[in-house]
Design a protein around this ligand. Sequence first.
Ligand code: CP3
Length: 347
Amino acid sequence: MPTSNNKRFLKALNGEKLDRPPFWLMRQAGRYLPEYRKLRAEAGSFLDLCYSPKFAEEVTLQPLRRYDFDAAILFADILLIPDALGQPLDYKEGEGPVLDPIRSAKELGSLSLDKIHERLNPVYETVNRLSSSLPDHCALIGFAGAPWTVATYMVEGRGSKDYVNIKKWAYSDPVGFGQLIDILVVATTEYLLKQVEAGAETIQIFDTWAGVLPDSEFLKWVIEPTKRIVDGLRAKYPQLPIIGFPKGAGGNLIEFVKTTKVTAVSLDTATPLEWAAKEIQPHTVVQGNLDPISVVTGGQPMVDRIHHILETLSGGSHIFNLGHGIIPQTPPENVDLLAKTIHEWRK
Ligand code: CP3
């Protein structure tokens, strides 16, 4: 459970007024860092890296040695859940994740909740190590994918452009598809509870593909499963700060915040900032929005955009972040400039 209230990041999540917002970057550990690429090559496969507490701890710490982030995010992947449930998973060079797709309720028998913790134990071990190795000012974020987004990979078998297979299943057999979502709600809640037990001070739930659903389905497959996870976590840890990231939610963000009762929401790049300041920020802490591509470009245009975000969201609780994960083409020195810009704001 959150132990230290002198961490800027936890203060912001608690709604406290601060001289500058805390900042971290989604996917801050990863391929834009040469030290990551080196360790990744030594670890063998990406899954070996995720399941090695020593390596995963090291990769989590790497960006903190370069930048003064206020939070660290556990190094893992949202697809460890399907892996732990027994769905074969591989990360192919240049292709991303590839899974044996599951496309009907009768195939759900191949998944089992029985051994998930056995498989995921190294992740809890990584969290445990990090809870003592992180710098004192730095908060530790645990995470998982939301059921909808994890299901997109489980059903499509890979990243998708049109989500035809998962939508076909969800629209034509909502009861059967709901069974997959139920399995994911249970697995994800248990997984996150174990992360908190091991020392995660807050949790982020990534729903990267929330925005591909129409209204009514958004309620059913994004808001409701997220709410069940939030309720499950709070039943045991009532004070746990939880960050939601329903990317592409648009106007549905209002209902998402109201119904799930997350502590904070991450705004994607397309969310109009003034709208968010008026409609979202009065009800919850907001995070995010800077286009990851502006960190690839860097220079004055990035600095101007950062200032605009800081000013527009300065009337309420705010955590500075990107609108989506940092991309491999990002020059690390642009992240230096980003950090400097935030530290020097209003000084
Ligand atoms: O934020 C962090 O630094 C922690 C680590 C983290 C990873 N994945 C490491 C990773 C986190 C939080 C994730 C989340 C994740 N994984 C999401 C949600 C957030 C988002 O970016 O939308 C999704 C959709 C995935 C699924 C996934 N994992 C994909 C599509 C890919 C391949 C393409 C890509 O983005 O790199 C991965 C692989 C992956 N996960 C890598 C890393 C560092 C690259 C693997 C490698 O080194 O070869």
